[in-house]
Ligand binder design. Sequence first.
Ligand SMILES: [Zn+2]
Length: 289
Amino acid sequence: MKLSITGYSTALFSTWYFIEELGILFDAGDGVSAGLLQKSRKIKHAFISHADRDHLAGLIQFNQLNAREKLPYIYYPKDSGSFPAIANFCKKFDPHVTGTQWQAIAENERIYLNSNLVVESIKNGHIAAKEGVTKSLSFTVFEIKRKLKEEFGALSGSEIKALIDTYGKDYTTYELKNPLISYSGDTPVEDWDRWKNANILIHEATFLNVEGEVIPDKAKNKHSKLEEVIEMVAQSNVKHLILGHFSTRYSKEQIELAVSKMIKKYQITQKVDIIYPGEINRMTIESNA
Ligand SMILES: [Zn+2]
């Protein structure tokens, strides 16, 4: 499936990614509506990774421009109080705007966008939270197909239908999950297996960690360093990596150089795209399993 991705991602200021064919928005930082113009109308499902202001400040305008009957859906980590606050504010500020579906989600939830598209939420460590508490999420979009189990291959259509009616579809078929696109949100690199089979991975790489660089203590364990991301991707089946959320402390040239150094060091064969600070980037990528 071809995916057209428009993204803006600059640490501290704003992050949003729009996947046109899926009608999905990952995060809604400042400027998302101004950046997408009429295309923001195509967003049906907005998944907000966490409540840091650079990931949600565009929600008010996005909501009032696009709300219509039962749309859009805005999903957010269930224990972030910021979202009910914003939802309440929007209802008072724009009382004529109705239709928006604010939905709290936990980790490991499955959100069906239709019968063959599902989004799964993954808890990440950007915001420390006890077990069962959800404050920061990553997401993967899967294309789902049901395949007939081999042992039933010789049966006719009506025989299969009869089996499904009697024993349920899990008895006769199994689910095939094709990960179309994954989004890390803000997160440290925590688990190399998390993105092992991602076709397209959008991952944050806030810090280049160039020689002599001092990374502020409070940011240290909450974000990813470029090298950690590349090292992880080198061990994975990721086919296409999109790097974003770079700090504005780096110039475009510094980022370009650091990324190409890391590609060489870890002998990355995957395609790598960079979302430079302050720029809206547009790309079309083929996502196949
Ligand atoms: Zn951020």
